[in-house]
Design a protein around this ligand. Structure first.
Ligand SMILES: [Zn+2]
Length: 298
């Protein structure tokens, strides 16, 4: 059964207006409505699959976040992007010199980022919902990876860094999970959250076909304002934002496929280029944004 939210997950107000109707192009071909909170402008998928029901929307040969398949151009682009991005992610983490040198990657997938962090001397722990991905992370990288339900049992103040790379937009228990992150962070710790930005240039170009709406797997659609509002309500302050360079190319490539039925690499390249160019002077035009938060009074 779909789950209907009667109040905004960010500000708890109840006036929710229709915003956009999107199609699930990767798995079900079903349509989903996005609504916008009249009070704080937060956009979210509503109704959404219940937590129990959401698993079936991840069952697809095309859904590649958790696989290491290198078949097809989209998969090749994805693998390339991921490997290049891993180093720049850890560079960002290390620029804050967080202590202790202990990292939790929430939604760690098959563990490539964590494995790289571990090789650079970080004590590395991961949480991952997908059973197969969790097993691959353990088998391929000898990582300490548990089911996300273990989060509430982790000791307080244990981590210098908690990272979520394109994960928070999937999390049903949004507010409880953020409270747990805050509890598990050390007083000087940083929480790093990367999510798609629905106010981006590529989102404007592709509209309902913008691949990063990714309904119904993405149940929240952030922009900078809504992310900051949400986190400030949990006592976290924004200390840095950074655009993600490769995302607009990959997202645009997928979006051309959804819109036209075939991939158009030339169009995707130019939309990606323009998105990055606009994002240089205005972070709010970036396709995906990395946000770094610290605890207030930390
Ligand atoms: Zn709201």
């Amino acid at each position: 059964m779909p789950e209907v939210l009667n109040e905004c997950p960010v500000c708890q107000q109840t006036i929710l207006q229709p915003y956009l109707t999107c199609t699930d192009y990767t798995v079900s071909r079903e349509q989903f409505t996005l609504v916008k909170c009249a009070s704080c402008s937060f956009v979210f998928t509503n109704p959404r699959p219940s937590m129990e029901d959401s698993g079936r929307y991840y069952k697809s040969e095309d859904y590649i976040s958790h696989t290491n398949s290198s078949k097809g151009i989209l998969n090749k682009v994805y693998q390339f992007v991921r490997n290049r991005a891993i180093k720049s992610k850890l560079d960002l983490v290390e620029s804050f010199s967080p202590r202790p040198k202990s990292i939790l990657d929430y939604g760690c997938g098959t563990g490539e980022f964590l494995s790289y962090a571990k090789s650079c001397g970080w004590t590395s722990a991961g949480l991952e919902l997908d059973d197969d991905a969790r097993k691959l992370a353990k088998d391929n990288h000898q990582l300490n990876v548990d089911h996300p339900k273990a989060l509430s049992g982790l000791p307080s103040g244990q981590f210098g860094v908690i990272t979520l790379w394109h994960v928070l937009e999937h999390v049903h228990t949004l507010n409880d999970t953020i409270e747990q992150f805050k509890r598990c962070l050390s007083s000087e710790g940083v929480l790093i959250i990367a999510v798609p930005n629905h106010q981006s240039h590529d989102a404007e170009v592709f509209g309902e076909y913008w691949a990063a709406y990714d309904v119904p797997r993405h149940i929240y659609h952030f922009n900078k304002a809504s992310m900051v509002t949400l986190m400030e309500r949990h006592g976290m302050s924004l200390v840095k934002t950074q655009g993600m360079f490769f995302d607009p190319f990959y997202i645009s490539l997928l979006s051309t496929k959804y819109k036209n039925g075939y991939t158009n690499p030339i169009k995707a390249f130019f939309v990606g280029l323009k998105t990055n160019s606009l994002g240089k002077t205005n972070i709010e035009k970036h396709s995906s944004i990395i946000y770094v938060f610290k605890k207030q009074n930390g």
